[in-house]
Write a protein that binds this ligand. Structure first.
Ligand code: B12
Length: 379
């Protein structure tokens, strides 16, 4: 078609060659309709702190790449059978969210977007500029994915695709090529699409009530955030964490738009010890050995200490008596949050039998917050 560097047919051909089922494009424009949503998110302090602060570059791709003409969005499925999300019995194993069980999606999506860029440039037969954005850019990936027609935003806030439900990673590619696509399309406002209908299973199932209302997440209450935020876990989230070591899938596992189909995935098979890791092993492996296990996944970016902290909470929730000796050694760990959480876990497992060990630790504790936790464990 005239006026475009790449027609929709050409884009479809390239997508088929790269095995991309979900691809869409919008002409580069400021997402005005996102502004009130985004402003409210920050004004109501529902942000997690992991996303970029509010700025023009969150709304307008021109602020990221002058001369940008088109915004392509892709979704890569990583769905795994719900069977594999079911926790094994026993008190020894934690759980890792489905998204973090295989090769880090940032790497995989970047590779795909670079290959897509190369194909587009070759097809347009002219030098072009590209900026792949995966997760860490200021752009709101879901808003572009929805605008590009990959799916609709559900009440959980998740982008829901027709064929793979919510179990997709999103990537965005900015380019100065004019790619034929959805001109002037805008993201549907909450409730404008009928993707969820009357269903509100995600809202009622969320273990912490983080979904305050449809499309309204309080990120700081989301257990995915809680597993990633350093420090002592606030008391109200300890029991809801259960045995989660990384991430939370509850709003996805209850979503009727997800089903049990196992799809071929670009991410390789889940890494066996990562689906339900041995909690005691997490506490006894060296930092280096632990990072060797998890380093290639999206669950490693906060380092090994946070895995240990979450494993301690999980062992407390599992009331795992076998863990007592190692938890006692953690009462003397160099990190105060690990000492504090160990005192909590020991009290959960058996406050009477573990009292002497916690008291001993309390008497030499110098960190104020850890001392408070120990005092609670003794009370
Ligand atoms: C920070 C962050 C988090 C934080 C905060 C989450 C949040 N606010 O949603 C925490 C750590 C809690 C988190 C959790 C998860 N995350 Co996250 N996260 C991000 C990140 C980096 C930024 C999100 C952000 O800017 N939020 C600001 C708010 C306002 O935007 P939003 O939540 O993305 O989208 C909202 C708007 O689109 C809005 N909206 C509603 N109506 C309307 C109407 C209009 C007109 C518009 C424009 C928008 C709009 O609805 C959405 C929900 O509020 C994005 C990557 C990115 N750069 O976008 C990944 C991303 C959103 N996360 C992702 C994933 C997979 C997850 C988890 C499933 C991981 C897990 N299993 O533990 C959970 C899901 C929790 C949930 N229900 O949202 C995927 C989502 C894929 C999908 N299918 O939607 C993303 C896109 C990463 C990626 N590149 O694939 N995440």
């Amino acid at each position: 078609m005239k006026g475009y560097d790449i027609t929709r047919d050409q884009l479809d051909e390239i997508a088929a060659m790269l095995g991309l089922e979900h691809i869409g494009v919008v002409s580069a424009r400021r997402l005005d309709e996102l502004e009130p949503v985004l402003r409210r998110y920050y004004d109501e302090q529902r942000d997690s702190g992991f996303e970029h602060p509010f700025s023009e570059s969150r709304l307008d791709p021109h602020a990221l790449m002058p001369g940008v003409q088109s915004v392509l969005a892709i979704a890569l499925p990583y769905h795994i059978a719900s069977e594999s999300l079911r926790h094994p019995t026993g008190r020894r194993h934690g759980s890792v969210s489905a998204y973090a069980r295989h090769t880090d999606y940032h790497r995989v999506l970047k590779d795909v977007l670079l290959r897509l860029s190369a194909q587009l440039e070759a097809c347009a037969a002219q030098p072009a500029q590209f900026l792949p954005c995966i997760d860490t850019s200021p752009l709101v990936d879901r808003a572009y994915a929805a605008a590009a027609g990959l799916g609709a935003i559900g009440k959980s806030g998740m982008l829901i695709t027709k064929t793979h439900g919510t179990y997709v990673f999103l990537g965005v590619l900015l380019t100065d090529l004019r790619v034929e696509g959805a001109e002037g399309m805008r993201t549907a406002l909450p409730g404008e699409t009928d993707i969820c209908g009357a269903c509100d299973l995600c809202l009622t199932a969320c273990p912490t009530g983080a979904l305050l209302a449809p499309y309204t997440l309080d990120a700081k209450r989301c257990l995915s955030y809680v597993t990633q935020e350093h420090g002592i876990v606030p008391p109200e989230f300890r029991a809801p964490l259960g045995r989660r070591v990384w991430g939370c899938d509850t709003c996805q596992t209850v979503c009727p738009r997800n089903d049990d189909r196992v799809v071929p995935t670009a991410f390789g098979p889940p890494v066996a010890p990562l689906d339900f890791p041995d909690l005691l092993e997490i506490l006894t492996l060296s930092n280096r050995a632990l990072m060797k296990r998890i380093g290639h996944t999206a669950a490693a970016w906060r380092g090994p200490a946070i895995w240990r902290r979450n494993a301690i909470v999980a062992l407390g929730n599992a009331r795992n008596v076998e863990a007592v000796p190692v938890l006692i050694t953690y009462l003397a760990h160099a990190r105060p949050e690990l000492r504090a959480m160990s005192a909590w876990a020991l009290a959960k497992i058996d406050s009477e039998s573990n009292r002497a060990a916690v008291r001993q630790a309390y008497e030499v504790e110098t960190d104020e917050k850890a001392r408070c936790e120990m005092a609670w464990a003794l009370s």
